[in-house]
Design a protein around this ligand. Structure first.
Ligand SMILES: Cc1cc2nc3c(=O)[nH]c(=O)nc-3n(C[C@H](O)[C@H](O)[C@H](O)COP(=O)(O)OP(=O)(O)OC[C@H]3O[C@@H](n4cnc5c(N)ncnc54)[C@H](O)[C@@H]3O)c2cc1C
Length: 422
């Protein structure tokens, strides 16, 4: 790796910025770069945008960011505005309710927007394929990446199986948890994997008809089988941990799924299941989010438990932060080395101190087995919810507004106190 920001080739049609991965994070980075007038190539393994149901929560700070590329209104037209969420106990019912409207004087979006992530991907795809600054290369796999003095060179395997090289100015690796970009630049993915797998099932039955005080977003603690229950525009979704040693086939058995749903609330006709997935959950952060002219963003850089709904949100924040810095560098307004160093320090700090810390704490709270500790958590949550200032600070943090207020998104290096983050 001999890349030198002084001798590096500038961003231009001969040396575009290459985004690897057309998930929600890569598409957001590409849309933001193209909006700034920069040439972008998006490389995606799959032949078309992926339609899977995965993340479904968008927080205030993210909605404000997506406003800058004109997507937020469209998301609201299709999504479900949810101003509150509940912390519950399976035995005791409602413990505490938090209201995002306490932040109405801090954000235009004092709510969670529930919208399955494939809709954001579709909206971004529709936008990108009409943008003359963007070249979309679906069905194309990144099979190699090396960094030379004047910039990175990618090896791409196209739909016909042939491999060609593409010279770039910068690379944004948004290619998910198994990131080929991260592996190519030799960055470790440090952390751990939860021993139990998680199952998630969607049903068309309105759970609020069966449990009248249920909120639209509910974290339900239980020492044996905790639950995360939330509503999206299409369905209600229930997520829970599988028993130790459970095979995927056992988890997909319709009788087993039915028994878990009937345990949430009895429904004699039987729950129709419209979607189901089993997956492993990890808490991992890349040892570096930048190597020379290569940046990592989203799941390529950090993965976490879904409890809190901040993984995808923080990935979108990475994408915007990276794109704003690259745009300044391309315009000649930003020092490349300082900008890219700031990206690494700030986004890694957010991943470790906010996303990892909060999602792990949230998950541990739900699965706590010690009765005294469980009771203490309940008391803590009640005390926070009962005190408007504490509740405001709590929801500012869980909705990632706190980290954005602290570091901004793409804030110039001179305006950041970076020494403290090294
Ligand atoms: C079952 C499931 C449920 C989830 N639920 C939640 C949730 O409730 N809340 C939450 O916050 N998060 C959730 N997540 C996580 C969330 O979906 C991710 O955080 C989000 O998708 C990250 O987006 P991304 O763009 O970084 O990565 P991805 O969405 O993984 O996109 C990466 C893209 O890169 C492409 N790619 C990979 N390798 C290559 C290559 N070599 N060359 C070219 N392209 C490549 C892939 O095909 C893919 O399209 C869930 C994930 C799963 C699997």
């Amino acid at each position: 790796m001999t890349w030198d920001p002084v001798t590096a080739q500038p961003v231009g049609p001969e040396r575009p910025i290459v985004v690897v991965g057309a998930g929600p994070v890569g598409m957001t980075a590409a849309a933001t770069l193209a909006h700034a007038g920069l040439p972008v190539v998006v490389v995606e393994l799959h032949p078309e945008p992926r339609p899977d149901w995965r993340a479904s929560t968008f927080h205030a700070a993210t909605l404000e960011l997506l406003e800058t590329i004109g997507i937020t209104d469209q998301m609201h037209a299709e999504g479900l505005v949810v101003p509150t969420y509940q912390f519950r106990d399976r035995a005791d019912g409602l413990v505490a309710e938090f209201d995002f409207r306490l932040l109405a004087d801090e954000t235009r979006y004092p709510h969670r927007l529930q919208l399955n992530q494939q809709h954001l991907v579709r909206m971004l795809y529709d936008r990108l394929r009409q943008d003359p600054n963007v070249q979309l290369r679906f069905g194309t796999e990144l099979s190699g990446l090396r960094v030379e003095d004047d910039g990175p060179v990618l090896a791409l395997r196209g739909p016909d199986g042939g491999v060609e090289e593409l010279a770039a100015s910068y690379v944004v690796g948004a290619d998910g948890p198994r990131s080929a970009v991260r592996n190519a630049v030799g960055v470790a993915f440090e952390g751990f994997t939860y021993p139990e797998q998680f199952a998630i099932v969607s049903t068309s039955v309105d759970l609020q008809q069966l449990v009248p005080d249920l909120g639209h977003v509910n974290y339900v603690a239980d020492p044996q089988e905790w639950l995360f229950i939330l509503r999206t525009p299409e369905s209600w979704r229930v997520l829970w941990p599988l028993p130790a040693g459970f095979a995927v086939e056992q988890a997909e058995d319709p009788d087993y799924l039915q028994s878990v749903l009937q345990g949430v609330a009895p429904y004699p006709p039987g729950y129709p299941v419209v979607d189901q997935q089993v997956y492993r959950v990890h808490q991992r952060v890349a040892a570096a989010m930048r190597v020379g002219p290569v940046l990592l963003a989203g799941d390529a850089a950090h993965i976490n438990s879904p409890i809190g709904g901040v993984g995808l949100n923080s990935g979108i924040h990475d994408a915007m932060d990276a794109a704003r810095r690259l745009a300044r560098i391309a315009r000649g307004d930003g020092d490349a080395e300082a900008e890219l160093t700031a990206y690494d320090l700030v986004r890694r700090t957010v991943a470790v101190e906010y996303v990892q810390a909060d999602t792990q704490r949230n998950t541990d709270r739900l699965r706590e087995r010690d009765e005294a500790v469980r009771r203490q958590h309940q008391d803590d949550m009640r005390a926070i919810a009962a005190d408007p200032e504490k509740a405001r600070a709590y929801i500012r943090r869980v909705s990632l507004l706190e980290s954005v207020q602290r570091f901004g998104i793409g804030r110039p290096p001179a305006e950041l106190e970076l020494e403290a983050l090294r």
